[in-house]
Structures are given as C-alpha cells and as structure tokens.
Write a protein that binds this ligand. Structure first.
Ligand code: SAM
Length: 286
C-alpha cells in the first residue's frame, strides 16, 4: 500500500498500456507517493526563473511537477522505451525538453550554456547505481549547478552528512563537506516506489560552496590522505598512512608529523575533521 493510491494506480495504468517492463539494471523504481513528490519539490525550491536538469524522468511524474514551477525542465532518460511514454504524458507542457541519453555521457556545462549560461537546479529520483559518480562528478568538476535535490539510498545520505566520530563518517562525508552543504529533506520508505527497492531512501539537497570551507595547499594530497585514513577503519591514522605505502616516510616521521599537528599519535581518521585533514596535508606538503 502507498499513501496515495491514485498515483500508484496512474503508474500501473501507464505501465500496462505501454506494456512497459521495469529494467533493474537502470535502477527503475518509480515514485508513487504524492507526499514524497511534494517534499522533493519544496526541498528543490524551484521558481519560475529556474532551469531544472532532471536525471531519469521515468514516466514523467516528477517531471510534470517540476515543469509546473520552473521556467524549463531538461530531462535526460537513458531508456529509449520510455521516450514515447514521456512524449504522451507530458504533451500538455511546452517547457520540457526530453533527451534520450546517458547522464554520465551528457555535457552538463553545455546544457547550461545553451540555456543562457544560467546555473542549473538538478532534481532527480536517482538510479542508485550512478549516485556517487554523478554527484561527485558534478562537485569535483565544479559544473554550473546551483543545487542538487536527489533521492538516494538512505545509507549513502547518512554517510554524506555524517560528522566526525560517528559510525557513518568517512571519506564521502569529508568530500561532501569540502564541496557543498548537505541538508536531509526527507526519509523515504520502500513502499513509496514501484517496484519496491530493497533499501530505504532519503531526499538530500546539496548546495555547492562558492569556495571550500577550508584552505589547503594541495587538494589532491589531502584527499589521498583521507582515502588512506579510512582504508582500514579500525587502525590508527599512523598505521593507515604507513600501510598505504604512498609516502616515502618511516613510522617515526609520520608519528612526528601527526604530533606536530597537535594530534595524539594513536588518533584514528574517524576522529579528524576536515580542518584537521587540511592541517595534516599542509604539514606533509611543507
Ligand atoms: N523519475 C522517475 C520517478 O521518480 O518515478 C524515475 C526514477 S527511477 C529511480 C530512475 C530513472 O533513471 C529511470 O527512468 C531510469 O531508466 C533512468 N536512468 C538510469 N540510468 C540512467 C542514466 N545513466 N542516465 C539517464 N537516465 C538513467
């Protein structure tokens, strides 16, 4: 059962009419809950000036809700069997552009350029297999995206917004903190989708920073240190850095470096903040 049988019934009807078969490999779990749809729309904060980029419109449920508020919605859908469905379901709108393609191969900067150079608001019920590549790709390449409001696996959302010394804290939390501000907008149970996924979901809004919250001399070095620090979770930072074999340093030198930054040499990566990693990285590159 879902909170809104009408959206579920409408989805079922479209699927039957088109003889559509869900494709697991494309992460096709369609949203059939009106309340969650409203939550995504309000978290995305769409105005009539906004150009929205939607990933994976499916049968167009979220697309239509977005198009009612935005100046324009550009939706990229990989599954060509959904294109005729989308053309029919969305025929009443003149501000939607459907692109049949893979978002991972789509030139997002060009879409912004073609739409007056405006930064895009990305909104998506994401296929979970592309969550990290798409989000981190946009953040790392500093693509012209003003905000991302995305449905993702709850477990990944928790890792994205975790703070030091918590069980979910790790390399992803630090990468996210360096590049954007995360805000958890909603928790979404499995029964809000058709078919039901076997994990819970969450809607998270990520707003990229104009400038990182910490200054670091060598960004690449800091992220290499972070990766090493979380490669063996139960080990100390000292052992993790040493065991990674990436730096030509003995254990004593590493211990001195750690102490020199004001940390206990038995500290674990999970206890260090972004500022701490930046400090460690700058000390290493000095
Ligand atoms: N937006 C719809 C909804 O909320 O009901 C569908 C969401 S469903 C979780 C994910 C959608 O992304 C599917 O329509 C799927 O075909 C599409 N998709 C999967 N991989 C894709 C990719 N690499 N590029 C673009 N679309 C993709």
């Amino acid at each position: 059962m879902t909170d809104n049988p009408s959206l579920a019934a409408k989805t079922k009807d479209i699927i039957n009419r088109y003889g559509f078969a869900f494709k697991k490999n494309f992460g096709q779990n369609f949203l059939v809950d009106e309340h969650v749809l409203d939550k995504i729309i309000s978290a995305a904060d769409i105005s009539s000036e906004d150009i929205v980029l939607e990933i994976g419109p499916g049968i167009g449920t979220l697309t239509a809700a977005l198009a009612k508020r935005a100046k324009k919605v550009i939706s990229v859908e990989i599954d060509k069997t959904l294109i005729p469905v989308l053309n029919e379901v969305l025929s009443g709108f003149d501000n939607i552009e459907i692109i049949n393609g893979d978002i991972l191969k789509t030139d997002i900067a060009k879409i912004s350029e073609e739409n007056g150079g405006k930064r895009l608001k990305l909104v998506a019920n994401l296929p979970y297999y592309i969550t990290t590549p798409i989000i981190m790709g946009i953040l790392e390449q500093r693509l012209p995206v003003e905000s991302m409001t995305v449905m993702i696996q709850r477990e990944v959302a928790m890792r994205m917004q975790a703070e030091p010394s918590s069980k979910d804290y790790g390399a992803l939390s630090l990468a996210v903190k360096y590049r954007c501000t995360p805000y958890l907008a909603a928790n979404v149970p499995q029964n809000c989708f058709m078919p039901r996924p076997n994990v819970d979901s969450a809607v998270i809004t990520l707003t990229p920073h104009a400038k990182p919250p910490v200054e670091v001399k060598d960004e690449e070095l800091m992220f290499a240190l972070i990766k090493a620090a979380f490669s063996q979770r139960r080990k100390t930072l000292l052992n993790c850095i040493f065991n990674s074999g990436q730096w030509d340093m003995g254990k004593d030198d590493i211990a001195e470096l750690i102490r020199g930054c004001g940390f206990d040499e038995r500290v674990r990566g999970e206890d260090l903040s972004l500022e701490d990693f930046a400090k460690l990285s700058d000390a290493m590159s000095a």
